[in-house]
Design a binder for this molecule. Structure first.
Ligand SMILES: Nc1ncnc2c1ncn2[C@@H]1O[C@H](COP(=O)(O)OP(=O)(O)OP(=O)(O)O)[C@@H](O)[C@H]1O
Length: 360
């Protein structure tokens, strides 16, 4: 086997058991070069264990992970191929940031000057002579990233990199990772919050209880969602009646007093209110919340996790289709509640019914 130079990460049927705990079960996915992939799941889902297996720090119970076609420990000088930032990395208390980096640079055969280059890359040049002991959490994260970048690696693996970063730091990290991927490199970032990485990632692997729930492009995940139109009306009851008469049955109030309707476009609503002479103050399209879908996929809000169809293993034709179940689940609130009934029993005031969404 040879390093194929691709920077592709392939995880194939990877499993890890710690005593009675099945931390990772038969996990398969591919992380493509030139993109940022989010590795998402709730706490304890198995993300860190998977990343540690990919980085040769934990021995898999079954399956394997390769980077550029090779297991990590066969990469020769792996730090020149993969840069990794794992959680809770410590720094030597007596070394300055620059010296810390020089020690690590020497260990992987990089020249001293690389320390200053990576400090500049992460925006820490002015702190080069300070000791990390006095750094903020965000600065420590940047220094950890600088360490990972020493070998100018083609692949970056970051475990919960946004932890401890302020909004400015998150924005900086987002731009940095996107630029890194644009150079054709591979970026894999774990997080327990989809919202934290949503604007950074192209592709997503979602796991829960060590099992894959979804893997594919974020675009596909978004595309499978139902959207609804939210309308603020002078007389919501009259609007509901008009909508129902026009054949739109999936209608209900939102807690903030608006009317939500599924299966309709903004334009159709606009035409309908114009025709019926009703006063409305706002018509807004609302894509179903991606974070809510994430919670459904990982079973965090719906009790026991559901078993979704797994995606085909790597090499089977790229990214798969999103599973269908979540979208069916998504529709349930509309079918179950029917707060307006037929015939309409009068408009309920906000707060009178169990809402499911509200404004985002
Ligand atoms: N060394 C270990 N010994 C025993 N159990 C472990 C070990 N490492 C992880 N586990 C267990 O494996 C499961 C997965 O843990 P892991 O840390 O991989 O999850 P995670 O998704 O990274 O979560 P977090 O975001 O909380 O770190 C958990 O139940 C955890 O308690």
């Amino acid at each position: 086997m040879q390093n194929d130079g691709s920077g592709r990460i392939v995880v194939q049927n990877l499993s890890k058991t710690f005593g009675p705990v099945a931390a990772v079960q038969n996990l398969s996915f591919v992380v493509e070069p030139g993109s940022v992939t989010g590795f998402l799941g709730p706490n304890g889902a198995g993300k860190t264990t998977t990343l540690r297996m990919a980085l040769g720090l934990v021995t898999p119970t079954a399956g394997q992970a390769t980077i550029s076609g090779l297991p990590y420990d066969k990469l020769g000088n792996p730090a020149r191929v993969v840069g990794a930032v794992l959680e809770n990395e410590g720094f030597h208390p007596k070394r300055t940031a620059r010296n810390h980096l020089r020690v690590y640079a020497a260990a992987i055969g990089m020249p001293d000057q690389r320390a200053d280059e990576v400090l500049a890359l992460v925006g820490l040049s002015s702190a080069a002579n300070r000791r990390p002991g006095g750094f903020s959490l965000g600065m420590r994260q940047r220094l950890a990233l600088a360490t990972a970048l020493l070998g100018n690696p083609q692949v970056l693996v970051l475990d919960e990199p946004a932890n401890g970063l302020d909004p400015e730091g998150i924005l900086w990290l987002r731009n940095f990772l996107r630029a890194y991927a644009r150079e054709g490199r591979t970026v894999l970032v774990s997080s327990h919050l989809l919202s934290e990485v949503e604007q950074t990632i192209d592709n997503v692997v979602i796991i829960a209880n060590g099992v894959t729930r979804y893997y594919g492009s974020l675009e596909q995940l978004r595309g499978g969602q139902q959207s609804r139109v939210l309308i603020q009306a002078a007389d919501p009851g009259a609007l509901v009646k008009a909508l129902q008469q026009a054949g739109y049955s999936q209608v209900e109030p939102t807690p903030d007093g608006r009317v939500a309707v599924m299966g309709v476009t903004r334009q159709q609503v606009g035409d309908l209110v114009a025709k019926s002479g009703l006063a409305v103050y706002g018509i807004e399209e609302d894509r179903a919340d991606l974070e809510r879908l994430f919670f459904q996929l990982t079973g965090q809000h719906n009790g026991a996790p559901q078993q979704y169809q797994q995606q085909p293993p790597p090499g089977g034709g790229g990214w798969g289709q999103p599973p269908q179940q979540p979208y069916q689940q998504q529709q349930q609130p509309y079918q179950q509640q029917q707060p307006y009934g037929t015939p309409p029993g009068g408009y309920q005031q906000p707060g009178q019914q169990q809402g499911w969404g509200g404004q985002r």
